[in-house]
Design a protein around this ligand. Sequence first.
Ligand SMILES: [Zn+2]
Length: 511
Amino acid sequence: MLFNILQETLPREELEALQLRRLQDVCARVYANVPFYKKRFDEIGIKPENIRSLQDLALLPFTEKQDLRDHYPYGLFAVPKDNIVRLQASSGTTGKAVVLGYTQRDLDNWADMAARSLTAAGVTRRDIVHIAYGYGLFTGGLGAHGGAERIGATVVPASGGATRRQTYLMRDFGATVLCCTPSYALHLWESAREEGIDFRELPLRIGCFGAEPWSEAMRHDMEQKMGIDALNIYGLSEIMGPGVAMECVDAKDGLHLWEDHFLPEIIDPVTGEQLPLGETGELVITTLTKEGTPLIRYRTRDLTFINPTPCCCGRTHRRIARLSGRTDDMLIIRGVNVFPQQIETIIMENEGLTPNYQLVIDRKDNLDTLEICVEVDAQLFCDEIRHLQRLEQRIQKKVKEFLGVTTRVRLLEPHSIERSEGKAKRIVDKRTIWLCGRARSPQKTSEHGTTQTIWGCLDEPLGRVYTAPVSSCWTQARRKWPGLSPQARRGRFLHQQENWRDRPTRVLRRR
Ligand SMILES: [Zn+2]
């Protein structure tokens, strides 16, 4: 079933002509109304009228999350504030939050695209949609809500939290669709089971899961446990919210990205160059119709590729592959790039293991160590110790074989890893890392819950260089150059850190 058959099946040429018209329009709008973009365009000597084909997109400057933070709260709005009817914000775990403004038309488009997405998953007006994404500034709850209402389904705005109560609501109201993060869905399922509720006996038939990357193996596991079709929904607040792209239940192979509203490209995250169709890289999106906060070439940090082959469902909008991770989620273990999803896939191949896992990274004697902690199910936990040990070794061997890193695997009893109501905390990084350009505080918490101590270099009267948490280094810099403006001091500080990095250092203070 299609929600908007005309738009969703537009022939490619018509779709691309529409994209070009809209791209030209959005460039003109941001150039005229957003000083940040006018400056960026002028710096590289480009005017909106220079955009004559979709290939010219590569001429335009990127927008990064930091740009949104730097212009907090309203600096990137492209319409007068009177026209803004809603504000949403993304979590501010790393400093300032990012604020997005929506006009009435933006909200209408959002509801339309969320409705298209849910319809692609098989949701109809006869469904009862239980939404366990958080409601509030986070776009998850309200986004899915708008789509389900637009379809005409019955919405249960449960929001996150009060997990046990949610399972009763699902049973009593007869939920047929569940929308939340995949890890929270599993948490709900577990909790329900403890209450004697079996999801397979409920009328539940569809799960729309998103807001965190998850593996194909986890999908199979969830579909079996819950007796549903588990589908992938993609979205991010900066671009709109949930419903930017969605998997269709017909193919269950990649997410249709609604190309009449969003122009996708894949770039090499290091060089920033566009990659050919089909190659994996960072997803970059230009919003084509957004009025409140239109963004040009927004770097999502999500890794995927575009699949240009036509889909059996008849939609002409291209598909992005299941996200393979985020550039800032990538772990570098002894120089090897590792994504949590790769390890998840290996874990899920083993019977008796649950998708509740955590990766603990540390550094011992200057070598990175990776420990994989996985919960086993109750039945397996009562098994012989020897059997568990063999299983640990088997996973260790598999990870070594496929990813080339040595790990330690620890099987834990059920419920030893803390559950989250939103995105799961998969990574505990205990390593200390060196100062990087934008760090200002000694603790860096990425949006995905990774906490790292950031170390800098301290000058010492005898000309020795010491390492210390970066806040101490800042204090020293302030004392050292009291007369400089903060910006000049920052420049000098970063320069000094660059120079000192490779000198032999001693740890001054370890916390
Ligand atoms: Zn399809």
